[in-house]
Ligand binder design. Structure first.
Ligand code: SF4
Length: 496
């Protein structure tokens, strides 16, 4: 007789978060408001980013599994009292201290349960983790957990849960995004990149083919035809065969999508903008990093050419830049920031070059003794501050306060010069509408109609942008956008 199935609880660390309760500025809970659009106040879109991985793991176990996303301590204790054999805790470096609190509650209220630590926080060494976990998952989680629980291996594609993330602007829900977990890891091996080195610089295709990805997308669309889609894959466009098969499926489906994905310049350079649009992509996160940073992933078409062409075709870009790279001086940061802002990304993220265990940069920091003493001597403090908002490493020419000051300045200048990201994104949609509305392709005309609906939906948001934007230039840009939108799509109705 086989043993009875074990009951599994999978939880993130407990809320609340924030500087007021001793956390770093951003711990991934609200990636937009706390990180990307942190300087934009009320103009920031709001969306909570749960640990999608926990839902994914639960879906792929053959035993009862419950998930908790950022529970309060009381909610966690209440759930623990229901009795669990195994409790998985997911955390990142910056929530290491919260993991310890969570584990203490588990030990107290479910002393018999085995604890499994997972998430990117497990890049820490055993000495920092074994006191808190009976098991440490440092690999792809489904295979790991099934093996631990004595369940037979699953073939990929694994089962995929439907997870929808609402996005609010000015307190109103404006869209829901279906999360598609397509892959883990990345072969580009940038020296600072935790996720790439965590998976040994390999790309793990959780959804092996383009058709597998589309099947999940289709399930979201069947549930909600207006659902936006986020494909989680570090460099979705790198595998051309898979991406082009996805495009074929989207074209067979004939319905324009709103897909946001992550892609490098190198991967993007394998496609024409038409091919990318045919995949339903209308938003990309691109690592700009720094004009002189020289990462292999940046080889390909000139970045300015890509940004301009994509914007002109209605593809929004979230560009991320690194501050504090060894070659950067204040003058170079300013020059690189100017270069990036000239390309008018819809959103910009600016994080400090930071060392994460398991990466070549971290190894170099240890080898050359570059960690500032306050962090080198206090690993807990290092973890707490490992959020991309603290300069932890000696820089050839700049002091930590100077680097952190430049980071703030980058966020502020991005906002002051280009205005709030929400208006920049609407502007890109309007450009896309104008470009595609008369296309000979019915698919693109349908996409244009969908972009037009989204621009019209933004009509009521123009007024606060015109009145309260961060600078005269930004306020004028919203007024100009409003004028062009009305000219292209008509004046607002009484309801708008
Ligand atoms: S391209 Fe992005 S995901 Fe890939 S290694 Fe570089 S930073 Fe990491």
């Amino acid at each position: 007789m086989s043993p009875p199935p074990r009951k599994v609880l999978l939880t993130s660390v407990c809320r609340p978060f924030g500087e007021a309760v001793g956390d770093a500025d951003s711990v991934g809970y609200e990636l937009l408001f706390c990180q990307v659009t942190r300087a934009q106040g009320a103009f920031s879109p709001r969306s909570h980013h749960i640990h999608f991985s926990l839902e994914y793991l639960a879906e792929n176990l053959d035993c009862p599994a419950v998930t908790l996303q950022y529970p309060s301590r009381r909610e966690l204790v209440r759930e623990l009292r229901r009795g669990y054999d195994v409790v998985g805790v997911s955390f990142v470096l910056a929530t290491y201290h919260r993991m310890k609190e969570t584990v203490a509650l588990i030990r107290k209220h479910a002393p018999e349960a085995e604890i499994v630590l997972g998430g990117y926080g497990t890049v820490l060494d055993d000495a920092m983790l074994t006191p808190y976990g009976d098991h440490i998952c440092r690999e792809e989680g489904v295979a790991y957990l099934r093996k631990l629980l004595g369940q037979p291996p699953l073939q990929k594609p694994y089962r995929h849960p439907l997870i929808s993330n609402p996005l609010r602007i000015f307190g109103q829900e404006i869209s829901r995004t279906g999360i598609v977990i397509a892959g883990l890891g990345c072969p580009h091996a940038c020296d600072f990149c935790c996720t790439s080195h965590f998976f040994k610089r390999k790309h793990i295709r959780l959804l092996p083919t383009g058709r597998d990805i589309y099947r999940v997308v289709k399930r979201y669309l069947d549930r909600d035809a207006d659902s936006a889609i986020l494909i989680i894959d570090e460099d979705f466009l790198m595998n051309r065969k898979r991406a082009m098969e996805f495009r074929d499926c989207v074209q067979e489906g004939g319905v324009p999508l709103g897909v946001f994905a992550f892609a490098s310049v190198r991967a993007i350079s394998q496609y024409t903008v038409t091919e990318i649009l045919e995949m339903g992509i209308d938003g990309l996160w691109i690592g700009y990093e720094g004009a002189r940073s020289g990462y292999a992933k940046q080889q390909g078409r000139p970045v300015g050419e890509i940004f301009r062409e994509f914007r002109d075709h209605g593809i929004s870009i979230l560009a991320s830049m690194i501050v504090g790279l060894p070659y950067q001086t204040p003058e170079i940061i300013q020059e690189e920031l100017d270069g990036l802002l000239d390309l008018r990304p819809d959103f910009g993220q600016f994080l400090i070059y930071g060392p994460t265990p398991g990466t070549p940069f971290f190894d170099r920091v240890l080898r050359e003794n570059l960690m500032h003493p306050e962090f080198a001597g206090d690993k807990e403090l290092y973890c707490r501050k490992a959020s991309g908002f603290y300069a932890m490493v000696q820089h050839p020419t700049m002091q930590p306060a100077e680097i952190e000051g430049w980071q703030r300045r980058c966020f502020e200048e991005d906002y002051r010069r280009l205005g709030a990201g929400i208006y920049r994104a609407v502007d890109t949609m309007l450009l896309g509408y104008l470009k595609l509305k008369d296309s000979p392709s019915a698919f693109f005309r349908a996409k244009a109609a969908s972009l037009a609906r989204m621009v019209r939906k933004a009509y009521p948001a123009f007024l606060p942008g015109k009145l309260l934007g961060p600078s005269e230039r930004a306020r004028a840009a919203v007024a100009d956008l409003e004028r062009r939108a009305h000219e292209a799509l008509g004046a607002p109705t009484v309801w708008e």
